[in-house]
Design a protein around this ligand. Structure first.
Ligand SMILES: Cc1cc2nc3c(=O)[nH]c(=O)nc-3n(C[C@H](O)[C@H](O)[C@H](O)COP(=O)(O)OP(=O)(O)OC[C@H]3O[C@@H](n4cnc5c(N)ncnc54)[C@H](O)[C@@H]3O)c2cc1C
Length: 357
């Protein structure tokens, strides 16, 4: 990568779009930067001339607690949004990751989800509007600020998970959720059977994680009576919020995400080398795996893909990424993805090399 990188920190969406237009017209390669927490995800950047930081786009644009919708700029952090919402006992179900600084734009661009996906789906499901700066300098909007607003093509979903290769997200609107009246976190040193039992409860957990060392953790939301009843039925010990997120403090140097149909997750994880560790959301079919070498990744990816899923590198040294590739076997939609890339970013200046196309 070229070492002479210019850093731009625009104050407004319009300024960001103009910077993007000028850079694209000059054929410069541009990398959008949020909190830089997830810059290891994806392929090795082929080049980067300009880093376009979103950190100064950090305002809550509009918040209507009664309508349960919020619009924010993309550079605002997850914890700043959480602070704004909690005064009204509302929240966005992004995980409580104990490391501050992840931006809303970065979360949407990476499309990553955590264990709360079991109850709330992915942010894709509660994202209701988006505003994106495109390399031609225009600002495109899709969706809106009300919950029922989509007709025709749902263009905003294109930018979700596109790793900043189709445009730079400058703002987004979300449906928000009420805090539960009661919640409880419990854990056991159990097994897959314990996880299955918890998932089958009349009030299922909002998140359930199983670890390679056999631990299981479940988090319940509901009325105080109901969550206590679930805790009693399981008979597991109470765990603290700190204990429940301890594993998410670690950012392993070599880390992959395995996504398969739920029914196949156990087989895939049981095939991983015993010397490595993982944690999984069995109710969702996703596991994070701290792997050791490239050959193990190749073998695990083969199993995951044969099970109808995928294995994506979240963090890995460049030589490992180059050897095994970040994304795996290209999907059958590759040709459509190429055409979309050509339409949105004809000169391929946005994050070249990071995504599949
Ligand atoms: C230790 C650790 C634990 C984590 N645990 C969880 C978890 O439990 N649940 C969960 O959901 N996520 C989790 N994540 C993922 C993480 O929260 C998100 O992917 C992260 O918030 C990305 O935000 P960022 O601002 O740091 O992005 P950056 O690292 O700055 O950017 C990531 C990518 O997105 C692009 N990008 C950034 N901003 C924009 C923008 N505005 N428009 C277009 N493209 C953009 C960048 O070019 C880059 O390719 C975890 C990450 C780490 C490191």
């Amino acid at each position: 990568m070229v070492s002479n990188i210019t850093v731009e920190k625009p104050h407004t969406a319009e300024e960001l779009a103009a910077t993007l237009r000028d850079a694209a017209a000059a054929g410069k390669a541009i990398t959008p930067v949020g909190g830089r927490m997830a810059s290891g995800i994806g392929g090795v950047l082929e080049r980067c001339d300009i880093e376009l930081h979103t950190g100064r786009l950090d305002r809550v644009l509009e918040y209507s607690p009664a309508d349960m919708v919020v619009s924010v700029e993309a550079g605002i952090t997850r914890e700043e949004v959480a602070d704004a919402l909690k005064r009204n006992q509302q929240f966005l179900p992004f995980e409580a990751v104990p490391i501050e600084g992840h931006t809303i734009g970065g979360l949407l661009a990476t499309g990553l989800t955590g264990p709360l996906r079991l109850r709330y789906g992915s942010p894709r499901d509660f994202l209701i509007g988006i505003r994106v700066a495109l390399p031609d300098g225009s600002l495109a909007s899709a969706g809106g600020r009300v919950v029922k607003n989509v007709s025709g093509y749902d263009m905003m979903k294109l930018h979700y998970g596109a790793m900043g290769t189709l445009g730079v997200i400058v703002a987004a609107s979300f449906k928000v959720f009420p805090f539960p009246l009661g919640q409880m976190m419990v854990g056991s040193s159990g097994s897959w059977d314990d996880a299955t039992r918890a998932l089958a409860l009349p009030l299922p957990p909002v998140s359930l994680e199983l670890f390679s060392d056999g631990r299981v953790q479940a988090h319940f939301f509901g009325s105080p009576d109901a969550v206590e009843a679930m805790g009693r039925e399981l008979g597991w010990r109470s765990i603290s919020a700190a204990e429940s997120i301890e594993h998410r403090m670690a950012a392993p140097q070599r880390w992959a995400r395995i996504t398969v149909p739920r029914s196949r997750l156990r087989d895939v994880l049981e095939g991983l080398p015993e010397t490595t560790s993982w944690w999984a959301s069995p109710g969702v079919g996703i596991a994070d795996w701290s792997f050791d070498d490239a050959d193990a990744v190749i073998a695990a990816r083969k199993t995951a893909e044969a099970a109808g899923g995928s294995l994506v590198l979240m963090a890995a040294p460049d030589d490992v990424k180059k050897k095994v590739g970040a994304w795996g076997t290209p999907p059958p939609t590759l040709d459509v993805m190429r055409r979309l890339k050509d339409a949105f970013d004809p000169h391929h200046v946005l994050n070249p090399g990071r995504f599949v196309v």
